[in-house]
Each structure stands twice: as C-alpha cells, then as structure tokens.
Design a protein around this ligand. Structure first.
Ligand code: ZN
Length: 232
C-alpha cells in the first residue's frame, strides 16, 4: 500500500538528490569471455557515472557518439567488421573517452591501429613479428604500486590484490604507466594511459575475478579512470 512518494513524505526514506553535474554516460561492453556477475558491482555507488551495459557486437553497430561519453570495454572479441571499425574510430576521433579492462586487452588482435595507437598495448593471442604469444596466470597475489602522480591515482595507495597477471604483452614505450608490479609473472605495468591524442584512453590490466572486483582500490581506480577519460 505504501508508495515510494508516501514513504518519502513520511520521512521513511531520503528524497533523491540531484548531482550538481549530469552523470558521465558510460557504455559498458561485455561478451566473448565469461566473468563473475559481481563485476557489475564495480560501478555501484557513484552518482557521477551512469552505466548502460550493451554487449558486443550490438554496441559497435551504431554511432556511439550520441549516447556515450566513455566506452568501457570488458569484452573479448577478435574480429571486428569494417562498419564497426568505422563507428569505433569515429567515437575516438570525436574526443570521447575509452577505458579498457582486463581481457579486453585481447580485443581486435588483428586491427593494428587499435592495439598500437589506441590501447598502446596488446595481449598476443599467438606469436607475431618475432614476439611470443602472451601468457596469463590466475590467482596471483600482486603487489601493485602507483607510479607517479596523476588524477587517476587519487586515493589509490600501494595495494595487495589477488588477481590474474599477463606476461609477454606488447606495451608501447610511450605509454604512461600508472600502476606497476615487480611480480615475475607480470610484464610490470598494470595500468597505463595511451599516448593516443584525440581522446583519453586508459588501460587497466587487472580485473579478473571477485577478489579484484570487490577490492576498494580497484573500484576507485576504475571510477577515477572513467571520470578522467570523460575529461573530468
Ligand atoms: Zn581473466
């Protein structure tokens, strides 16, 4: 019998507050790789972002520029047809933001512009150009340290995180490393900013399972990356 309005009127629940600025509109792309459902909770409790989940390939089929301020990728897809490449290229050239999480480092492995210029990193599915295939290891206790001083690192202390490491990736020497480890099963950089100039691109290698998704510093890192990629 109680409507929500009646409960507010009775003081039983706080009235909704309106944030000062409209929230950053995030399109979150999943698909192509299984993941814990708790992953979605990474985006909870932040009125500054509003997340819509749109699995691939549907997300890439339309013009993303109107609906999306920041594209967050947590999908894993190898091939991307020409019309979808065009949509992604237009989105990035318009100055919108991109945040690449974990296994999305394997996206579009044969689209050189994407991995070289945009992500400034590549998880190699198979050996290429004299470089061996990349490797992964689950259930690693990773000692992760912030590198340098950057708005994305605000509130991020050195952390121990139980997660998956990647090794033998290609990472651009021009990437600005944000988070790093000395763990022998990792390449070292755990998060970086791409030198791509037309939009802000952040890559975060971490984020496999619930231990990472629940980690407050991981959540903070992802939120900071989204806001920075949006130009905040
Ligand atoms: Zn993984």
């Amino acid at each position: 019998m109680f409507t929500r309005a009646a409960l507010w009127a009775a003081g039983a629940a706080p009235a909704p507050t309106t944030p000062a600025e409209p929230p950053v509109r995030v399109t979150l792309v999943t698909g192509g790789h299984s993941h814990d459902p708790g992953f979605y909770s990474v985006f909870d409790n932040n009125p500054a972002i509003r997340v819509t989940v749109n699995p691939h390939p549907v997300a890439y089929r339309g013009d993303l520029r109107k609906s999306t301020d920041v594209l967050v990728l947590y999908d894993m897809v190898q091939e991307v047809p020409e019309d979808q490449r065009r949509n992604l290229t237009q989105f990035l050239e318009s100055g919108k933001g991109l945040v690449v999480l974990h296994h999305a480092l394997m996206d579009f492995n044969s689209w050189e512009w994407w991995w070289r210029d945009v992500m400034a990193g590549r998880y190699l599915e198979k050996p290429d150009r004299g470089q061996p295939a990349s490797t992964f290891l689950h259930d690693v206790d990773i000692d992760a340290k912030p590198a340098g001083d950057h708005p994305i690192l605000r509130g991020i202390p050195p952390m121990l995180i139980h997660d998956e490491t990647y090794k033998h990736m290609w990472i651009s020497k021009d990437a600005q490393v944000l988070l790093e480890t000395t763990h022998p099963t990792s390449d070292g950089p755990l998060a970086w900013i791409s030198p791509y100039e037309k939009s802000r691109v952040v890559v975060i290698q971490l984020g496999h399972g619930p231990e990472a998704h629940r980690h407050p510093s991981y959540r903070q890192l992802v939120h900071n990356a989204i806001l920075w990629a949006a130009g905040k």
